[in-house]
Design a protein around this ligand. Structure first.
Ligand code: ADP
Length: 519
């Protein structure tokens, strides 16, 4: 059997050998064992069910949320002489019936479906009459409420799996699953624990970097100037910010497009095409952009604002370097941006327990922004994988000198205490720099011993220091819309002279490693 699979790999797909995990997954499927495949993006998940689809006597149904990719996948299969089709919301009723007929008559080997199809009882019953021998579930983390991209339609998959009289073998595939999510997927889809095949999450060609508390615009412009031939995606959290950044870049002469759910479908499609065919160098986008983007030469993914959790971050960052060449994933981290995600959670109609969980995930994201250890190791640990330091992320390579800023830190911390830990960054910076505005007078802050203590510095410099002290855990930020600052335990020991505060200089933008001739 292994030989038959290898022959198909060569004849139909033109590859000489299997990638790690592929043959093992195919073996299990051919043994009629349900399996969970966890492989990084670009690891080659599709072949794991496409090859069995050709060997099994019947139809393979592939459930995938990537509607825009379905047609491409089906076309690519057709080019290799493999009959396949798809059914999604872009088709009318007659066309859907026609395609189901083709499947019933054994004229296709693979049928791709959008998960929403499975919400339709009538469609389901038509489907269950087909001779479905394999059910592949792409982006399987969407089935778990613990995952970051839960989709209720995916829950219907469970019933679907148990409804089909043909009892298909089930293969679930994902590139992003914490061990909790993996366990959840396996329980829901009846996959034995021994049948999880994971090749790990590490993307060795990605270099992670966190640029903390720096002028984001200046960094971005410098980076793009240094990398004129590199294609990249810039993610921001809100439509408004996407538009602002895209316009800024266009204004500066960069070929930048934008993508968010507020744009018409025609505009989105046009921009996406322009990016795919390298007519645009960068795409500034919300997280609406990505699912379904199969552009292999993306050299960098820059997060202009921090995303809500590490799963989303890793998935978005992972869109860089699908071709295996060195690429960069840069997070422009500013603690104040966490408030936007905080707000999204607050505003959502999630149940309280889910909200709490999302807040905790957001805290992990902020720890990522603050860690001085290996960034790749941090992410892999989050996904439950032990790994050595990568040796090539921003932290592993950090050679900036550290400056001792303990005295300034003590000034800030004691001012926060004297202001009774009830105010936010702006006012604290104003008090420390001796501002004379009305609020300061009204609240009698001029009488504090810390008033004007940092007169020689600008409010911006003091604000930046406060951000640094917050992101490094010396200050704690509390509250939603107007966060107040409190001194943490660590901050307390700085005040007592028991801990030093060291701060690194600014990170400079640099050229990515593999850029020449890309565009
Ligand atoms: P994933 O879905 O895991 O992100 P894909 O299935 O899209 O990844 O595969 C990524 C790329 O790797 C595709 O271009 C695919 O043709 C290629 N690929 C898959 N398996 C192999 C293999 N055994 N040898 C060489 N290339 C492969």
């Amino acid at each position: 059997m292994a030989e038959a699979a290898l022959a198909i790999l060569k004849d139909k797909f033109g590859y000489d050998s299997f990638r790690p995990g592929q043959d093992q997954i195919i073996d299990k499927i051919m043994n009629h064992e349900n399996v969970l495949a966890v492989m990084p993006t670009g690891g080659g998940k599709s072949l794991c069910y496409q090859i069995p689809a050709l060997m099994l006597p019947g139809l393979t149904v592939v459930v995938s949320p990537l509607i825009s990719l379905m047609k491409d996948q089906v076309d690519a299969l057709a080019e290799n002489g493999i009959p396949a089709t798809f059914i999604n919301s872009t088709l009318d009723y007659q066309e859907i019936e026609h395609r189901l007929q083709m499947a019933a008559m054994d004229q296709v080997k693979l049928l791709y479906l959008a998960p929403e199809r499975l919400d339709d009882e009538r469609f389901l019953s038509e489907l269950s009459e087909l001779n479905i021998v394999q059910l592949a579930i792409d982006e399987a983390h969407c089935i778990s409420q613990w995952g970051h991209d839960f989709r209720p339609s995916y829950l219907n998959l469970m019933n679907t799996v148990h409804q089909f009289p043909s009892q298909p073998v089930v293969v679930a595939l994902t590139a992003t699953a914490t061990s909790k999510v993996a366990t959840d997927i396996m329980a829901r889809l009846n996959i034995a624990p021994a049948n999880e095949v994971s090749t790990g999450f590490a993307r060795d060609n990605l270099s992670f970097q966190v640029v903390k508390n720096q002028n984001k615009e200046a960094f971005l412009l410098e980076y793009l100037k240094l990398n004129p031939n590199a294609a990249g995606i810039i993610y921001a959290s809100t439509r408004k910010e996407v538009e602002r950044v895209a316009q800024l870049l266009q204004h500066k002469g960069f070929k930048a497009g934008m993508y968010h759910a507020g744009l018409s479908e025609a505009v989105r499609n046009q921009n996406q095409e322009d990016f795919l065919y390298d007519r645009l160098q960068v795409m500034v986008a919300t997280n609406a952009f990505g699912m379904g983007i199969d552009k292999s030469n993306v050299r960098f993914v820059i997060h202009y604002q921090v995303p809500g959790n590490l799963e989303a971050y890793y998935q978005e960052a992972g869109r860089a370097g699908r071709d295996g060449l060195p690429s960069e994933a840069i997070l422009l981290y500013q603690p104040s941006d966490l408030q936007i995600q905080h707000f999204f959670i607050e505003q959502s109609d999630m149940e309280p327990t889910f909200k709490t969980r999302e807040y905790l995930k957001l805290q992990e994201m902020s720890k990522y922004g603050n860690t001085e250890g290996c960034l790749q190791q941090f992410i892999l640990k989050y996904f439950g994988e032990a790994a050595p330091a990568c040796g090539h992320c921003g932290n592993c390579l950090d050679e900036r000198d550290q400056v001792n800023v303990t005295v300034d830190a003590q000034k800030v911390l004691s001012c926060v205490l004297r202001m009774r830990q009830r105010y936010g960054k702006a006012l604290i910076a104003q008090v420390l720099t001796g501002s004379k505005n009305k609020r300061i007078k009204d609240e009698h802050f001029e009488d504090l011993s810390t008033y004007g203590l940092m007169k020689g510095q600008t409010q911006k410099e003091v604000s930046d220091l406060i951000d640094f002290l917050t992101s490094s855990g010396y200050l704690k930020q509390l509250g939603g819309e107007y966060p107040t600052l409190k001194v943490s335990e660590l901050g307390g020991s700085v005040l007592k002279g028991k801990a030093k505060v060291l701060r690194r200089g600014a990170v400079k933008a640099k050229r990515t490693v593999a850029v020449d001739g890309d565009l």
